[in-house]
Design a binder for this molecule. Structure first.
Ligand code: MSP
Length: 651
């Protein structure tokens, strides 16, 4: 069986999984499914990139040891891929000792082949990227992230590989894709390659060098080796057989920002170690949200699971693969996603499938009829074109075009049904009406069966349900794309029950719900990353009171008119609060550590209006502003919308 090995990048564990990471992994999963349906044994690896300064820093911030921290975040990535139904074959962690073995082995091979030397290096170092950068790159970067650094390092003789790499690119035009990125890489190499520092003596959290344990590997030498350690390179015995069978890899999928590491450094390391090069490196674009690439620092991050809750994994996969041209940047929006879902899944394939199933049950006793002589609506020809088109596009990862080719068939089915009106044919006494009815329903069902097979890699759940609804047995994903042809639907097959495969959404509500779930997911991730304490359920143990007792407290809505710090007190603010009386009240509250006076003006608050006045720091307080706190910690003011009338009583 031909084999197909593909990889996603391994994700940094200093950020929790978001939709950008999910995007690459969903694409990889889709390619894996396509290759399987083309008869290949497909093997997909993914993983977590756990070493380096940034991760060490994140662990410290979370108050954890690096290993504890990476265990936790790495597991979150695995859980995320599992929850999204992504079928990876191996999840490699760079902290796995088997990985370290592979890194050391490839280093030793490079060393033996004279590609490594020890030297001193001073250069512009990008703290965020953990890499020395060129003067030009340093000039273009955020100055706070650039430092001059001198270190004793082990170096890789990248400059020796400049011409060899260029020759390889020229002999293998498909080596780096898309072409625009390939050209960028060629000009990067032609501008001259400098030797590369591959170790750090300043860092502890990493894999130590076999010949000099005071140094650890610089993250990229370590991280890139994942692609061979994940399949057993460096292990003795049977583990290595995976490597023999699967290397060289068919495609590394990467985001465009890490292409250089994959298409220049990595092939050079492999050349130096005397190992075969990857067949292809494919760089995709970014999902853009609120005007930029999603990033933790910008805070413009969207998570995948809240979306899954509302539109299922199919809805998410379909949107990402249909709306974003693979290789280019694409905007992400919850509205566009919900609208796509409605237009193409709910009103598109879902509606066509349930209508067809319901007509088959109503007019043909729940069985596939015989395709007669009547008008076929051009569906057989169109379906054949669509099969060839979709497979061709799938093979070169032009997912949106493949999906367009399938939707051409689905749209035609819709039109064909409307043209022939099976419901009218069923009632008509005209000669030939029955035959046209059966022909119409056969062609509609057969075209739908073909669409379900073609769509199985992209929308696996829905495709399976359509397949089953059409009375087909087994897994649609066991079908071969390259053996698919018109006429596979057998006459007399009993059709399954009609169901709503993709329920229609109310777009506004769906968006609101996704945003709400997004906020919850964000809070959970803050706990995961150690940036927020986990909240334990609380227990209410205060004695019960009668309602009358509660109403003895007169609470009113007030609006803060002015606020100022109380001299010599770090906590107290004095405010003038209007609660609808003739004069505003003077109220003191211990909130100065949380709120700045200027931010309080105009804010509506809850005021206890019948509290006995008392003096604090020599000033009179004529009431209390209600605030909430956990265990007497930071206070948060209770508040109201601007429409709530001042003076309204609470209760
Ligand atoms: N750890 C390195 C990769 C080492 S591979 C040997 C790394 N990790 S990362 O966590 O930052 O993930 C990078 C990958 O996540 C990108 O290359 C891309 O595949 C994916 N994406 C992260 N954000 C993304 C978007 N906003 N849009 C699309 N993909 C994005 O770099």
């Amino acid at each position: 069986m031909p084999r197909f090995y593909l990889s996603t990048p391994i994700y940094y564990v200093n950020a929790a999984p978001h939709i950008g990471h999910a995007y690459t992994t969903i694409v990889a999963d889709t390619i894996k499914r396509i290759r399987q349906m083309l008869g290949d044994e497909a093997f997909l690896t993914t993983g977590s990139d756990e070493h380096g300064q940034k991760v060490e820093r994140s662990a410290t911030k979370a108050g954890l040891e690096p290993k504890q921290f990476t265990d936790r975040v790495s597991a979150a990535f695995r859980d995320e891929w599992d929850a999204l139904g992504l079928q990876y074959d191996f999840f490699q962690r760079t902290s796995d000792p088997r990985h370290a073995k592979a890194v050391r082995k490839i280093f030793e091979r490079c060393l033996e082949n004279g590609a490594i030397y020890k030297g001193e290096f001073t250069g512009k170092y990008h703290v965020g990227d953990e890499a020395f950068v060129t003067e030009d790159e340093a000039a273009g970067a955020d100055p706070s992230l650039i430092v001059d650094l001198t270190e004793e390092n082990y170096f890789f003789r990248l400059s020796d590989y400049q011409q060899k790499l260029i020759d390889h690119y020229e002999a293998n035009p498909q080596f780096v894709q898309p072409d625009s990125r390939r050209n960028e890489m060629l000009s990067f190499m032609r501008s001259g390659l400098r030797d590369l520092s591959i170790s750090r003596s300043s860092l502890r959290w990493g894999i130590s060098l076999p010949n000099d344990p005071d140094h650890v590997f610089y993250v990229w030498f370590d991280a890139l080796t994942t692609y061979i350690s994940a399949i057993g390179f460096g292990q003795e015995g049977s583990d290595e057989s995976h490597y023999e069978r699967l290397w060289p890899i068919d495609v590394h999928l990467v985001g465009k920002e890490i292409l250089r590491f994959h298409s220049v450094y990595w092939p050079a390391f492999l050349m130096a170690a005397g190992l075969p090069l990857p067949k292809q490196i494919w760089a995709h674009g970014w999902l853009i949200f609120q005007g930029g690439k999603m990033s933790k620092t910008k805070g413009n991050i969207v998570r995948a699971l809240p979306i899954k809750e509302i539109v299922g994994t199919d809805g998410l996969r379909y949107y990402l693969l249909r709306e974003i041209v693979f290789g280019q940047d694409g905007n992400f929006s919850h509205e566009a996603l919900s609208e796509r879902y409605n237009a193409d899944l709910a009103n598109g394939i879902g509606n066509i499938a349930s209508r067809t199933a319901s007509m088959l049950s109503r007019y043909c006793d729940g069985h596939v009829p015989e395709p007669g002589e009547g008008d076929d609506g051009g569906l057989p020809d169109l379906a054949r074109q669509s099969i060839a088109g979709a497979i061709g596009h799938y093979k070169v990862y032009a997912f949106s075009r493949a999906l367009e080719a399938v939707w051409a068939v689905l749209n035609r089915i819709d039109k064909y049904i409307v043209e022939h009106k099976p419901w009218a044919l069923a009632k008509s006494g005209e000669p030939g009406a029955r035959q046209q009815l059966e022909t119409t329903l056969y062609h509609a069902a057969e075209a739908l069966r073909i669409a379900s097979v073609l769509l199985a890699p992209v929308i696996p759940d829905g495709a399976q349900r359509v397949w089953t609804m059409l009375g087909q047995t087994g897994a649609v994903s066991d079908q071969r794309l390259d053996e698919l042809g018109w006429g596979g639907l057998k006459q007399g097959t009993a059709v399954g029950a009609q169901e709503a495969i993709y329920p229609r959404l109310d777009v506004a509500k769906a968006v609101q719900r996704m945003e709400l779930l997004e906020d919850e997911a964000l809070a959970q991730q803050a706990v995961l990353m150690g940036q927020a304490p986990a909240t334990e359920p609380i227990e209410i143990d205060t004695p019960e009171i009668e309602i009358g007792e509660f109403f003895r407290v007169d609470m009113r809505v007030g609006v803060i008119k002015s606020a100022e710090a109380v001299p010599k007190s770090s906590k107290l603010l004095q405010m003038q609060v209007d609660i609808g009386e003739r004069e505003p009240r003077s109220i003191l509250a211990g909130i100065a550590e949380t709120y700045r006076p200027a931010d309080l003006i105009g804010r509506r608050v809850a005021v206890v209006a019948n509290l006995k006045p008392r003096k604090m720091m020599g000033r009179l307080s004529q009431g209390m502003i209600v605030a909430a706190s956990l265990d007497r910690g930071e206070p948060f003011l209770a508040g109201f919308s601007d429409k709530t009338p001042v003076g309204a009583r609470l209760g």
